[in-house]
Design a protein around this ligand. Structure first.
Ligand code: KG4
Ligand code: ZN
Length: 336
């Protein structure tokens, strides 16, 4: 069976064809970085306009790359939230229209579920129960997974997502968008010299990154004394900020694994591309005998193959989307 996955939850237009929810035949992602980089962050109105322009060409390419046509598609899996409402509506309405015209069943997938089930697209998929840390530009959530539709969000960010904090810190340092990869690169070989705060480190599983961003802003003012920072100072700020974020993510994850008695961890979302986070998580997993699963970067960042992978479970459970289904910007996991 062939699943056509569609994701337009944020700033990437993505369509994929996945066989049996596991084998990727195509996974096309059209990035909007060029559109948003002059603003140092995503402009929602521009994002939805670009999705409208790209959704059909990206779908055509995904079908061509897979060597199939719409007639071969068994089911369409579209993301209906959480995300930017205008962006979500483009992908979902497109999916509904195609499903209706071509008489193809439609399933609606939670974007976070997609990030979790991205781990099924590789050789050794995780066996529930496991813990998932989904950490991206829009989300930072620790989720206990006991099976399909059996999710419990143990903790989440109360303000900025970790990736959002990376992007905002990069902006205030005058670096390019998206900030995560740039800060990752500039941090290499530099130590945590500035000792930024680790917000909420010892309080439960919720997280907060907006105070850390303010601490960085104050430090930048202090170091620069009204002038722009030297290259050396930019690197010191990047490395110290990154270490604070990674510290919080690793320690909260480690505590959640222990408290829940879980031995498998899935790390997903755009920030999972971060080299320091991967390194520290790997060290922690080794020390605690945890089976750590990190999908390849192309499946950690937003993509439609992960939506198709999660869509398989809806199809098998015959949970189909109704014709009046709409997109939802704030859609906690487990309430799809
Ligand atoms: O999952 P994703 O593609 O889209 C969202 O759902 O947000 O994640 C994008 C986020 C951006 O905030 C970007 O700065 C961050 O992931 N990111 C990184 C790295 N690569 C991407 N953050 C830290 N280190 C990286 N290497
Ligand atoms: Zn995402």
């Amino acid at each position: 069976m062939l699943i056509l996955g569609i994701d337009t939850s944020c700033d990437d237009t993505s369509v994929a064809v996945v066989e049996d929810g596991k084998k990727i035949l195509s996974n096309v992602v059209s990035s909007q970085i060029k559109v948003h980089s002059p603003y140092g962050g995503i402009v929602p109105e521009l994002a939805s306009r670009k999705h409208i322009e790209m959704i059909w060409p990206v779908t055509e390419r995904a079908l061509n790359d897979a060597g199939v046509s719409l007639d071969d598609i068994t089911v369409i899996a579209a993301c209906h939230g959480p995300g930017l409402i205008g962006s979500l509506l483009v992908g979902l309405c497109f999916a509904k229209a195609v499903a209706l015209c071509r008489d193809i069943p439609l399933v609606a997938v939670n974007h976070l579920e997609g990030h979790i089930f991205a781990a099924n697209l590789q050789k050794n998929p995780p066996e529930p129960p496991f813990l998932a840390l989904v950490v991206s530009g829009g989300h930072t959530s620790l989720i206990r997974v006991d099976g399909f539709k059996k999710y419990r969000e143990l903790g989440r960010t109360r303000d900025d997502a970790a990736g959002e904090a990376y992007d905002k810190v990069a902006k205030l340092l005058g670096l390019s968008y998206p900030g995560g990869p740039v800060i990752d690169r500039l941090s290499e070989g530099t130590k945590d010299e500035l000792g930024f705060p680790r917000p909420m480190l010892n309080e439960g599983f919720d997280m907060s990154f907006s105070g850390l961003k303010t601490a960085v802003m104050l430090e930048v003012k202090k170091l620069g004394k009204g002038k722009s920072l030297s290259e050396k100072d930019i690197k010191r700020v990047c490395a110290s900020f990154q270490e604070a974020v990674v510290d919080v993510l690793v320690k909260k994850t480690e505590r959640a694994l222990k408290k829940e008695g879980l031995k498998t961890l899935v790390l997903s979302g755009g920030v999972a591309a971060n080299r320091r986070l991967r390194e520290r998580m790997t060290e922690m997993a080794k020390a605690s005998d945890i089976n750590l699963i990190i999908p390849p970067v192309s499946l950690c960042t937003d993509n439609a193959a992960m939506i198709a992978a999660a869509g398989l479970y809806y199809y098998k459970a015959t949970i189909f989307a109704s014709e009046d289904l709409t997109a939802t910007a704030c859609l906690p996991i487990g309430r799809s």
